[in-house]
Ligand binder design. Structure first.
Ligand code: NDP
Length: 447
């Protein structure tokens, strides 16, 4: 069978076995495209059912999460943890609390995580979890009760050597605190390496909070260097105003760019003079307000209610909100308006059509599994510190992060070239990530 047919038959079977999971299908399709390139050159990667095993999670957990709200009413949510692949190390990946969460979304995120974690060069496998719980508008104690109930089930499936969750959309420092507290109580030990994103006084790592956003800016800088370019004087558009977006904005501006637009799900702000990151952090992180409040409190900023941030023009676009938030029309408009670099801070924020369009127009397009790997990489550095009962300085940890992001760019760029796809960082990331996991799986036998 030729490779095209062989990979299409894997894909068809996967669609059948995972019916009704569109996000997972989308993530699979993108990797399958790159696998065609690998198998042409290295057909032995099809041996021992390797591709079939890679696409089937090692374990999938779904559980009931009952909790009591402030009115005394019982609420029932659904919890998930997909332990996708542990060939390189314990499962590692965040927890997402958002009403849209379902098995398809957790599987797509878990699948992506395998390759991302492999690209970091650190010993971590891939997994992801979460719940359809909506934290918006919930009181602090409701969040705490929910986190405690969620962890009451999850705790038996995680641990320093087994599975190490972290934050994602809707799960930040506060939630990790409540989750860790309940874990510690149930496990009857202070096993700090079991969750990352912890507070600094109880096992957390400096730079973890900033890491994903900083990493997006660092890898963009690396790509720009590659083309003899720099952030200096560039206009940057960043969607979202959560953890990833805020620190991507901070670092992009430190590196000389001007962040001219940011958003949340209510709309976007345009701010031609750049974003006041401290003010934005106060509005979003401390006060947990909507982004229009920032526009109301800062001169020269316009709020576009329900507006599309991708109508702005800039040199660099960093989608940092959520999956499929940037489609082909947006990509066309961005290219028309002069965008030259796109790095995905969020997971799969560009639709496949948008990603292809950017690539067809020679925009340097860095996919999420490479661009946002700084977060999980720093989580792995947090695990290293926990294992040695040490804590590193901000500068040292940040230097490690910069080095990791530079290595990722070099690795995906070199791999793309080796496989005859120079400048195709999607193929580069998929192939480089895949080969390391595949080699480990082949070495470890059919399990
Ligand atoms: P947060 O919850 O901190 O922030 C998410 C941001 O995106 C918020 O501003 C939110 O607005 C906005 N948003 C969410 N959905 C939409 C939507 N449909 N339209 C417009 N804006 C939207 O999450 P993170 O910053 O942690 O995560 C963002 C992305 O980055 C996710 O894809 C996540 O998987 C990915 N990621 C995160 C990592 C991390 O370390 N945190 C690591 C690697 C990837 P609102 O508040 O209005 O909902």
């Amino acid at each position: 069978m030729n490779v095209e047919k062989q990979v299409n038959s894997y894909y068809d079977r996967l669609l059948e076995r995972n019916a009704g999971e569109p996000e997972f299908h989308q993530a699979l399709a993108e990797v399958m495209d790159s696998l065609k390139i690998v198998l042409e050159k290295d057909p032995e990667y099809a041996n021992y059912g390797l591709i079939e095993r890679l696409c089937e999670p090692e374990r999938q957990l779904m559980f009931r999460v009952p909790w009591t709200d402030d009115n005394g009413e019982v609420q029932v949510n659904r919890g998930f943890r997909v332990q996708f692949n542990s060939a390189l190390g314990p499962y590692k990946g965040g927890l997402r609390f958002h009403p849209s969460v379902n098995l398809s979304i957790i599987k797509f995120l878990g699948f992506e995580q395998i390759f991302k974690n492999s690209l970091t060069g650190l010993p971590i496998g891939g997994g992801k979890g979460g719940s359809d719980f909506d934290p918006k508008g919930r009181s602090d104690v409701e969040i705490m009760r929910f986190c405690q109930s969620f962890m009451t089930e999850l705790h038996r499936h995680i641990g320093e050597y087994r599975d190490v969750p972290a934050g994602d959309i809707g799960v930040g420092g506060r939630e990790i605190g409540y989750l860790f507290g309940q874990y510690r109580r149930l496990a009857n030990q202070h096993e700090s390496g079991t969750l990352t994103g912890k507070g600094l006084t109880w096992g957390g790592s400096l730079v973890r909070t900033e890491a994903t956003g900083y990493g997006v800016a660092y890898i963009t800088k690396e790509a720009m260097n590659h083309f003899g370019d720099s952030f200096e004087g560039s206009k940057v558009i960043i969607s979202g105003s959560g953890n990833v977006a805020i620190y991507a904005a901070q670092k992009a501006q430190e590196l000389g760019g001007t962040v001219i637009a940011m958003s949340d799900s209510s709309g976007y702000i345009s701010t031609p003079e750049g974003v006041d990151v401290e003010k934005l952090r106060d509005v979003k992180e401390n006060r947990r307000e909507r982004i229009n409040v920032y526009a109301e409190e800062v001169d020269g900023v316009t709020f576009h209610e329900g507006g599309n941030i991708w109508e702005e023009s800039g040199d660099i676009a960093l989608p940092c909100a959520t999956q499929n938030e940037l489609d082909e029309d947006d990509a066309k408009r961005l290219v028309e308006n002069g965008v030259r670099y796109v790095a995905e801070g969020a997971n799969m924020p560009c639709t496949p059509e948008a990603a292809h369009y950017f690539q067809s127009k020679d925009v340097a397009f860095i996919p999420g599994k490479a661009a946002n790997a700084g977060g999980v990489a720093t989580s792995a550095l947090e695990m290293q510190q926990n294992a040695t009962r040490d804590s590193w300085s901000f500068d040292y940890t940040d230097e490690r992060l910069q080095q990791i992001m530079a290595n990722i760019f070099q690795s995906i760029s070199k791999t793309a070239k080796t496989y005859g796809r120079e400048g195709d960082y999607v193929a580069g990331a998929n192939i480089a990530g895949f080969k390391k996991v595949a080699d480990a799986m082949l070495a470890q036998g059919v399990i």
